[in-house]
Design a protein around this ligand. Structure first.
Ligand code: FPP
Length: 210
């Protein structure tokens, strides 16, 4: 969801205002996505690399995740199941604060019964960290290291392969997002900054699948 900072800068607003609008836009886009019959939508909310951002910005983004995971009534209304992907809370490197952990656990439990779209939020997530953890877990289990065993030890083994990867705000590079799962994915590039990413942008990305 790139471009929150640039969206705010273009309006003379602080970066945090861009993130606030980014969270609102995610709520709007989830509504659109369910009307397009999308089964799985996964968004990159906060990476393992993002912790080096200024403390006030990090605190603001954490609060927005608490807010997003608090939207249980909306998610239930839309029949959306929310889940989280990231460094397991009990792993030594994990950095998710307890109040965000609580919001995540509650939202995951309170939407688990929904059978519509699955919205997965990546928080304290890095594709390389996930692969390292999967290889370590596969090795510790004594299984041979194969694609199948690594796949079984990913953070969310049931997350299907990525069909379309969307890069917003003019970014033309691979990030540390779902590295294993996005092998072979189509990529949709658009210049729209995340807070303005709407139905037309989503439809343009889905065009790649037809
Ligand atoms: C990318 O824009 C945004 C982030 C790293 C922040 C996280 C995303 C949001 C707050 C959107 C809402 C989502 C959730 C899950 C609460 P940037 O800061 O890199 O902006 P720039 O590329 O213009 O500098």
């Amino acid at each position: 969801m790139d471009g929150n900072g640039r969206w705010a800068g273009a309006r003379g607003l602080p970066r945090t205002a861009g993130h606030t609008e980014g969270e609102e836009n995610l709520a709007r886009l989830v509504r659109v996505a369910v009307t397009r019959d999308i089964g799985w939508l996964t968004v990159f909310g906060f990476s393992t690399e993002n912790w080096v951002r200024p403390r006030a910005e990090v605190r603001h983004i954490l609060g927005l995740h608490e807010k997003l995971f608090g939207r249980v009534a909306e998610l239930n209304e839309l029949d959306v199941r929310i889940q989280w992907i990231g460094r397991p809370f009990d792993s030594p490197e994990a950095r998710t604060p307890r109040y965000v952990q609580r919001a995540i656990r509650k939202a995951v439990a309170d939407t688990a019964h929904n059978g519509g779209m699955t919205l997965t939020v990546a928080f304290d997530y890095g594709g390389r960290a996930e692969l390292m953890a999967a290889v370590r877990a596969a090795r510790a289990s004594g299984e041979p290291i194969t694609e199948a065993t690594i796949g079984r030890h990913l953070y969310l083994p049931d997350l299907p392969p990525v069909d379309v990867l969307v890069r917003t705000s003019g970014e033309h590079r691979v990030s540390n997002f779902l590295l294993w799962q996005s092998a072979g994915a189509k990529i949709h590039f658009c210049d729209t900054p995340w807070p303005d990413f709407g139905a037309a942008d989503l439809d343009a990305a889905l065009e790649l699948l037809t």
